[in-house]
Design a protein around this ligand. Structure first.
Ligand SMILES: Nc1ncnc2c1ncn2[C@@H]1O[C@H](COP(=O)(O)OP(=O)(O)OP(=O)(O)O)[C@@H](O)[C@H]1O
Ligand SMILES: [Mg+2]
Length: 237
């Protein structure tokens, strides 16, 4: 199985405080892998470590075998990584279409932008297609959340990272979002790292998961294995 992303014994700091401690995770090509943990566990910090946005004091990070630890954020993104960040980080004053185009800012060819809209965004988010000229700030919360994902897909990623896509959504929309993430992974073959507090949602669609607590990986395994872990049952089920 070809590996896409690997973190090896990564420790990061904010000032003098360690946040991630000796974290090792692996995401194989084509897989959907989850990173679970509660508020403040260090989930977003792990994403920032991949992007070169926090200080890594120990360990290695590889993307498709390349050591990316000293890469700039821009360079990491250009390798084929897209993030749907936590919250709804859209550009509220721009239209839906302008927001989507922002996700493909490296692309100049109009045809390629069209292709990505048609193949990567519209099949999964028909609601966005109906609202291309609407000002994004006037979309409903659920629609903004979809735009957040759609924009990241416009980067045509090899690896798509979702930071708590279920946050603030009603149960039915959480289910819908889970289905879309599953399809993006299974139909398009896009490798997924799904960061979630909602273990029920994440374990339903992922092949493998890691459980982060206070900056450390304290459990890992298949969804079946993780559901049996006492520490996770206590936290979630
Ligand atoms: N720039 C920073 N400087 C100092 N501490 C920080 C900084 N960014 C994050 N932290 C702290 O690091 C810890 C982990 O934060 P992080 O955002 O990674 O958590 P998280 O698991 O994503 O939580 P949530 O589910 O609430 O988003 C928190 O205690 C947070 O306050
Ligand atoms: Mg976070």
């Amino acid at each position: 199985m070809a590996e896409m992303l690997r973190m090896e014994h990564v420790t990061t700091v904010y000032g003098i405080n360690k946040m991630l401690i000796d974290v090792s995770i692996k995401v194989d090509k084509g897989k959907c892998v989850s990173l679970l943990g509660s508020n403040g566990a260090g989930k977003s910090t792990l994403i920032k470590a991949i992007l070169g946005l926090v200080k890594v004091v120990e360990g290695k990070i590889y993307f498709e075998g390349k050591d990316i630890i000293h890469y700039s954020t821009h360079r990491v993104i250009s390798l084929g990584i897209s993030i749907a960040p936590e919250g709804k980080r859209i550009f509220p004053k721009l239209t839906v279409l302008e927001n989507l185009r922002m996700g493909a800012y490296l692309v100049k060819e109009k045809k390629e932008i069209e292709r990505r809209l048609e193949e990567l965004v519209f099949p999964y988010f028909p609601r966005l297609k109906e609202r291309l000229n609407q000002i994004a700030g006037t979309l409903s919360g659920g629609e903004q959340s979809m735009l957040n994902i759609g924009r990241a897909l416009m980067g045509n990623p090899k690896l798509m990272i979702f930071d708590e896509p279920s946050f603030g959504l009603a149960p039915i929309l959480i289910q819908e979002t889970a289905e879309i993430i599953k399809k993006i992974n299974r139909e398009k073959g896009i490798t997924v790292l799904l960061v979630e507090q909602n273990a029920n949602m994440a374990l339903e669609i992922t092949h493998y998961g890691y459980f982060l607590q206070k900056g450390q990986i304290i459990a890992e395994g298949t969804p079946e294995e993780l559901k049996k872990e006492e520490i996770i049952r206590k936290a979630y089920f």
